[in-house]
Structure formats: structure tokens, C-alpha cells
Design a protein around this ligand. Sequence first.
Ligand code: NAP
Length: 351
Amino acid sequence: MTKTLRVGILGATGMVGQRFVELLENHPQFQITALAASDRSQGKTFAEACTWRLAGAMPESVKTLAVQAPEPTLDCDLVFSSLPGDIARRTEGDFAAAGYPVISNSSAFRMDHDVPLLIPEINPEHLALIDAQKKSSNGQHGFIVTNPNCSTIMLALALAPLHQKFGIESVIATTMQALSGAGYPGVASLAISDNVLPFIESEEEKIEQETLKILGKLNGETIDDAQMRVSAQCHRVNVSDGHLAAVRVKLKGPAKIDEVKQAFSSFSALPQELKLHSAPEQVIIVREEKDRPQPRLDRDAGNGMSITIGRLQPDNVLDYRFVVLSHNTIRGAAGAAILNAELMLAMGNLK
Ligand code: NAP
């Protein structure tokens, strides 16, 4: 067993921060030694500062840890960040400059040319950007690795096997995104009850841009975007957890529907080969029932780390259409960042 690394969580009291705490409890390789949040929470114990909003009880091991300012120096070997995007750029940059590996959920650095936008099943070779990052940032000893936006992750995981086997010309994705994706307290109950909101700030742009980088090719010290067109429309719906997207794809080469289904269900990659702790055995679960996937029934598949695809059919306008679902705060956020760290540990990027 690899030795345990001490981890800090920036934004530990938030929706994603609490998922980190939950998923890291009893993790074989990472132990929480530092928690940080806003000045509202600093100086309190985690039990005092955090209203626990997940099922089950707050883990005993974190209750008495003091919540600190999200500034170096924290007593840990690496930090997971779930800070709001507007403060993440400065704060995560400060931690990297101070020598910490920063494994971030926030959007602040995702599109920087030398920052890996990592999904371990798709682009583990993008970790080579860490060296470029250290070279180009004067005197910086740490580095930043990001995971994509919560909707982008499931879309990219669904597209990856099609991109590898048949090539993709264009993609149209229409999302229905859960309330927990907006953090806590998130959307006002009067705005979302009996309603669907057809706008989520910057979400469509993130999906359209991030997908191309994730599926892109490493070229020396940068990534060449995948050559395909991606169009996204995003909606907030009255569901607690679990993002859903209706997707249509036009492929570059011919593919029978059984070949598409087989490409999804047989998709397996380095995290499965390495048997990383958080890697699901089945990355993509294909459901045959005509009314699946559904957020309440399918979001916890593979401990929240599998994605579920259903409703696969030929499409009259593009080639195929399907519906994809994933747990937005697990595969779409904290679980994604933890899997990134497990891969980085296995590949020698974390010491
Ligand atoms: P959240 O519930 O609003 O939590 C925000 C966290 O950041 C809290 O711990 C909060 O501390 C802390 N914080 C806020 N302002 C701060 C400041 N000025 N200085 C220091 N700490 C501050 O948000 P969330 O949903 O967990 O999202 C966190 C990040 O993850 C965002 O960048 C979001 O875009 C990204 N993300 C979220 C999801 C999702 O499904 N929710 C998925 C992927 C990525 P206090 O409690 O002390 O205020």
C-alpha cells in the first residue's frame, strides 16, 4: 500500500467540500489534516462551522479540526480545492507557488494551456503538462491539475469511446442539471419550484470549450483541441443530485447501433487497469429500459463514479442520440478530483 499523504481541503464547508470529507473518510492513501473556508467559518471547529448536508453523520475524525484561512501554509502534502471560481485563481495560484500540488474543481485554471484538464479514463497523458507548468512559472514549485465542469465530465466520458473508435464530427447536448450543482443555498426555492430555469451562468461555454481540450491531443507542452463541433444548452431542474443530458452525435465513420453500444459498455482504461481506489469497475453502464437513466435511480451507480447511458437510438438529424447521467458532486466534482489524485500518485506525480 502506498504511504498515506496528508491532504487539505479548500472550501471544505461547501457542497463539494463536504463530499470530499465524506469520500476521504477511510481512504487508503489520503488523510485529511487541514480544512479551510471563508472568514465566516475560520477559527471555528469544523463541527461548529459546517452544517452537514449529506446523508449520514459528519465523520468523527474531522469534527474537531479547526477551519483555517485558505492560505499557505497549511499542514498537508497537497490541497483539494472546491473554492468559488472568483477567488480560486489567486488562492490556488498562491498554493502552487508555495510548493503545493493543487487538485482543483474550480474553473479558474481549467483552460490555461499548461494545466491538465484531467479525466483519468480519457487523457492521463495530459499530466505531462505539469512539467511545462513548472518550467513556465518562475520559481513555482507546486502545480495545478483541474477536473472539468460537472456536466462536461459525463459528456466527455460518453464521447471518449465514440471519438476513439469512430471519430466525432459534431455533438449537441441539452442538460438538465441538479440543484446541488449550484452549491448551498444555491437557487432560491421560489425560483425553482414548479419550474425549469433555462440559464446557468457560463455553463454552456464551459461544456463547449472544455470538451475539446479533454479529448484533445498532447502536443509537446500544450494540447491541440479535438476537431469537432460541440453545442450545449443548459437547464436547472428541480432534482437534488444527478445531472442528465440528452445528447445527439454525428460520427466521422459508419457505426452500427450494436457497435456504438459495445463501445460504451466495453470502455475501460488506465484507472481500471491500475485498480485505483475510486475507479468504478464499469465506467459506462448502458441501460436497455426505455425509461432510464433517471437521477434518483441511477446517480449512485458505481458509488457515484459510473455514468449511465440509456435511450440509445438512431437519430433522424445526426447519427445517434442517447441520454447520459452522472452524480454531479461525486463523478462531477469531489470523486473526480480524488480519482485524479489517485492516478497522480500511481504515476509518480505526488510524493
Ligand atoms: P458552495 O457550497 O457555495 O461552497 C463554497 C465553499 O467555498 C464553502 O466552503 C465556503 O466557505 C468557501 N468560500 C466561499 N467564499 C470564500 C472566500 N471568500 N474565501 C474562502 N472560502 C470561501 O459551492 P460548491 O457547490 O461546493 O462549489 C465549489 C466549487 O466547486 C465551485 O468553484 C464550483 O464551480 C465547483 N464545482 C461544483 C460542483 C457541484 O456540483 N456543486 C461540481 C463541479 C465543480 P463558507 O462555508 O465559510 O462560506
